[in-house]
Ligand binder design. Sequence first.
Ligand SMILES: [Zn+2]
Length: 340
Amino acid sequence: MKGTMLYGPRDVRFEERPDPKIIEPTDAIIKLSAACVCGSDLWPYRGVDPVKQPVPMGHEYVGIVEEVGSAVRNIKPGQFVVGSFFASDNTCEICQAGYQSSCIHRQPGAPTGAQAQYARIPLADGTLVATPDIPADDLIPSLLTASDVLGTGWFAADAANVKPGSTVAVVGDGAVGLLGMLSAKQMGAERIIAMSRHETRQQLAREFGATDIVIERGDEGVAQIKDMTNGIGAHSVIEAVGTQEAMMQAIRSTRPGGYVGFVGVLHGVEIPGEEFFFSHVHLHGGPAPVRRYLPELINLIWSRKINPGKVFDLTLPLEQVVEGYRAMDERRAIKALLRP
Ligand SMILES: [Zn+2]
């Protein structure tokens, strides 16, 4: 088969790879129906996360099950399935509590890489969720978002304790931030403030439910949020970037007693202890337990109540994956969809 490998900074290649095979009896092999490039793929692509040896890329996936191992009971060949970037047994105490991305048997969700024609998925019964039927082609992009960016945006809104009537601020206008806005709207937020300075992203933010746009960043951005909330800050803030500036902007935009849901992978962030102590802000986040939300998200997409697939503003054939990385790196695209 062909798949995507990262060799070093800005050196991504689409090349011949070994066909994935069942290794453990709990594995499944899927044929990808669509794949995509994740904002988090840009960290190693840009060399921020060092790459010591060539690594298979891609961790968001939907597809048709080709083959299952001898111990797989529920997932069957021919099913259309959605998974996530961590494989989990969905039975341990941590999974049962809804934190499948910290499963005690956690493994990478697609260790052979999902920007490829086929992928091996470990712990298939725990990791994969089958759709009611083979989806219409136009639902596939939305189902693919459930695998990571939507699941992560949803977790961010949930971790930020978004409730009906809430005022929510969103730091970050990438795919996760935008889908955090969609999630907040579904959860009944009354006011959703998008912090974004890019016009095309502001438009999509409004389509997904943003009621206000703030273009300022850092302290000026915080001051704007305070101005809009009687000087006290938002009930809930979604942090979907992962930098020092974004995290502090999120904490300082939150009212005392409010919540920050942080899902941008933190890089070099240090939170001043004394300021945090006196902030009375709840912090919750980390790698999203996407598996917890998959049944609900698949249902919302299947019934066409939400259309998160709009976040893909570039569609390329899978073999042009390199251009997908470039377009996202140069911020020419929010998110690149790859079709085999
Ligand atoms: Zn588990």
